[in-house]
Design a protein around this ligand. Structure first.
Ligand code: SAM
Length: 330
């Protein structure tokens, strides 16, 4: 029974733990495995022979597909080199949807064609049944003049007040930059990356499984968005950090009753179908073409709650998540 595992973070080898998860029982599986790049994990050795690494990847990828529901989605995050092999495995057992390029802005130095993006493979267990929601992100604007950076030419009258549809190139989500915001883990992902994936592929109450949970980015994103989670990790220390963070987290990432993704005090991803409801919370220029120079603004009666949560000692406990709790309209 999958219910026995729901909202749990379990220590162990994912291949063994997968044995207890029934076929077709999970809505979304997401994996961010070790990249075999000699990263310094707590006790996991991140360098094994190429053949052995790929053979192992094939095994857990097959398990991810097996446990995913027919309408469910499978996401794999890695560097392009390994994703080329993963796509070969997946093309045999699932339906390709997208290769998302995540340009996690950094400034590579040293040589030309230095890797500066990650890939996220998006497969459907069955593309005819796949659950999928269109997403929007905020317009990018000039910091000085506030005009839109993108030139919409003669189409300004069709500008969407919130922002454009999310494409398969994601340039607006940064890696966690400062040590003070990170856990003691070498490759923690930003929560709003996972929130975007979860908003796109699941509904409230759906189950999200991550076999390489780390310090729990996927589980935290799922909880904030009112989804259920299951996380596996081999390392006791990461499990403990994750459980502690989950204990302090609430399912409160929303504007009114609508689930959205925040980064600090900004809403960074919404579902297109939710805009009609969300638009009630914004001051929006009357003429669509004015969006070109005027930002939409949340009504200022919003109440801002600053929550502290960190896996670190009290001394370093300065990680902050700002959540807008717009309760004036509820
Ligand atoms: C790239 S990290 C995942 C980081 C995670 N996405 C986060 O944001 O915190 C890979 C994780 O896989 C775990 N791991 C390695 N081998 C494993 C295995 N056989 N079963 C389960 N977890 C494993 C490591 O301990 C590590 O935390």
């Amino acid at each position: 029974m999958v219910e026995n595992f729901v909202n749990k973070i379990i220590r162990g080898d994912c291949l063994e733990l997968f044995q207890s998860i029934p076929d077709n029982s999970i809505d979304v599986t997401f994996a961010d495995p070790p990249f075999n790049l000699k990263k310094k994990y707590n006790n996991y050795k991140d360098k094994i022979a190429l053949e052995a690494y790929l053979e192992w990847c094939k095994e857990w990828i097959e398990e991810m597909v097996r446990v995913t529901k027919p309408a469910g989605s499978i996401f794999l995050h890695n560097i392009p080199k390994w994703l080329t092999y993963y796509a070969g495995f997946l093309n045999e057992i699932a339906d390709f949807k997208h290769w998302i390029s995540w340009d996690a802005p950094t400034a590579p130095m040293g040589k030309t064609l230095q890797p500066s993006h990650y890939g996220i493979l998006y497969y459907a267990k069955n593309s005819r049944e796949n659950k999928f929601y269109e997403l929007r992100y905020p317009h990018k604007r000039c910091r000085k003049c506030n005009y839109l950076l993108k030139d919409y030419g003669g189409k300004k009258a069709m500008l969407h007040p919130f922002g454009p549809l999310v494409s398969d190139v994601w340039t607006d989500i940064h890696r966690i930059k400062h040590n003070k915001y990170r856990d003691e883990h070498p490759c923690q992902l930003p929560i709003h990356l996972l929130e975007r994936i979860i908003l796109m592929s699941s509904d409230e109450g759906d189950i999200i499984l991550d076999p390489f949970n780390g310090t729990g980015t996927t589980a935290l994103a799922a909880k904030r968005l009112g989804r259920k989670y299951i996380g596996f990790d081999i390392d006791a220390k990461y499990i403990e950090i994750c459980r502690r963070k989950l204990g302090m987290e609430e399912a409160d990432s929303r504007l009114g009753k609508t689930r959205v993704s925040f980064f600090l005090d900004n809403i960074v991803t919404i579902r297109d179908i939710d805009w009609e409801e969300l638009s009630n919370y914004y001051q929006i220029p009357e003429a669509a073409r004015d969006i070109d120079h005027t930002s939409i603004r949340l009504f200022n009666s919003s109440k801002v709650i600053v929550k502290n949560f960190s896996s670190k000692s009290k001394k370093n406990n300065n990680e902050k998540q700002i959540i807008l709790n717009l309760n004036y309209m509820q």
